[in-house]
Design a protein around this ligand. Sequence first.
Ligand code: NAP
Length: 294
Amino acid sequence: MSARILDGESFAAQIHREAAARATALTRKGIIPGLVFIRVGEDPASRAYVSRKETRAKEAGISSRTLVMPESTSLPVLLKEIDLLNADPKVHGILIQSPLPSPLPNDVVYSRVLPSKDVDGFHPVNFGKLLLGDESGFLPCTPAGILEILRLGGINTRGKHAVVVGRGQIVGRPLAVLLARKSPGADCTVTLAHSSTPDLPSITKQADILIGALGRPLFLTKEHVKPGATVIDVGVNRISDSTNPRGYRLVGDVDFPSVQSIAGAITPNPGGVGPMTIALLLSNTLRAAEDAIR
Ligand code: NAP
């Protein structure tokens, strides 16, 4: 058996088309949706991520720019820039690219963005709304993108056992809450596994839907997977590769060839969760702009 591919690129293209139509409708009303990225420092991966997101936003008709700040930026200077963007009516969404240089406290910085402009969904208010099932908040883009992959991929989630491996704040924890919600496209029985989970394969083999969000290269193999399960690979990991001019290549948390032979459906990596994360960011930004004129 070879698993059906859940093609994140084509699902994302569908969302991009919808985003472009929403941006056009806003522009006709005199509102140009605006998104600002803040990148602190020159981390090469962050540069690549921000540039890709900015390009996609522009393609969808969202006015976007990146504020680049030096690695040595102090907390007060960064907070002042966030305050200026919070007060700017032309800016509907603000995304602070992680990771921040280590002296800058993530919690303080992310909480400074107005919840109504927090299109990344990291503000405590939006996180609290997620827990409460209050749909007026912004959902974090990667977990929301995974739900869209399941929906657009026609995966039945109701009453299914979802096992999320990894309880990180950005993906695993919010995703577990979203999958457990009593709503269409969710309604799963959820197990949230982590590094202290004993005998992980005995847990993951019970999953109808298995999500790898642990940041360990090629960790999940067919020994972890129930035949016919849906497998979503969130991981983005660097492994050294002397045949690659960069000296490394990017791989997921799932050993794709091994798992594809047993799963029912699987996301490729790249081309699965990554493009959907960007698509949901654009969708959140447009909602922020639409909300601003209500
Ligand atoms: P994180 O905050 O570091 O969390 C990793 C989680 O994995 C932790 O809960 C950890 O357990 C668990 N874990 C680590 N080793 C494990 C093991 N051997 N067995 C079981 N659980 C284990 O990471 P994150 O920010 O959630 O990111 C996870 C991955 O997703 C990374 O590769 C990241 O690059 C990727 N990512 C991709 C996207 C995208 O758009 N594609 C977006 C965000 C993140 P403990 O809690 O016990 O330490």
